[in-house]
Write a protein that binds this ligand. Sequence first.
Ligand SMILES: [Zn+2]
Length: 328
Amino acid sequence: MRNLIHRPRRLRRSEGVRNLVRETNLSAHDFVLPLFISEKLRAPQAITSMPGVFQLSPNDVAAEARRAYDLGLQAVLLFGIPREKDEKASGAYAENGVVQQAVRAIKAECPQRVVITDVCLCEYMSHGHCGVTRIDGEHFHVLNDESVELLANTAVSHAAAGADFVAPSDMMDGRIGAIREALDAHGFQETGIMSYAAKFASTFYGPFREAAESPPQFGDRRSYQMDSANAQEALREVALDIEEGADIVLVKPALPYLDILWRVRERFGKPTAVYHVSGEFAMVKAGVEKGYFEESAVVLEIMTSLKRAGADLIVTYWAKELVGWTRP
Ligand SMILES: [Zn+2]
């Protein structure tokens, strides 16, 4: 028998040793719970493509946030579905819009906990695009600077309602700088920006569009969301958002973009978030339903891989379950 000097298996011999040398540990503090609030509802409504996920009515949201916080989660991320949509996305920046009301309700219930708000126009636009559009014959354009103005108004209205962070998810150019400027001009220097800095045009968003009722009525989002083939461009996008004042940068989706997440965290050293999206969620749920894997084990493996790849925070529909699954 050879005398091996190095026997890496010594570090895997027992549960105790493995626990001691584990490099990546998950805790409730890593997760952010997305909540969908619909002005059209009076009671929670299941989202069929996302088993176990609900649209909430404005009356349920404070209690749901309270439950999440009581479990040990630190933050929720709010998406609004307005009663009416129009061509100016008026509901997005209305003082009494659905998100603005929800933020006030949650802050009244749990003032110390973190509220992050999605800032986009798609849920509020009758055409479902993330910006102001113009149609020239066969072509449609999503107008950048006109959209940025509305996004900045939206961010200010969320800050006024009490949001701790606004999270622009639209991918228009220059919106982080414009939002920072607008927040400061209105006295919201303390309101942070979590920027969807590298958001890819992805097939994995399918189920979300049911959840947020925001599918585009024509065309697609490829003129503003990123091409999934581009990593260098993602780094340029992130660099711009940081220059413009992003406090946290986010990569979306998660698993198919682990290389991007890793590079962003390594290169910039900024707090980095990742959004494990609806399609990734639905895929695992389908596998669990078919008996291919055990839900908690597969989800923990996925979440560990996201954290190992550099995520400081993870937006996930499993946030509440993960509190129990990650308890030592
Ligand atoms: Zn959008």
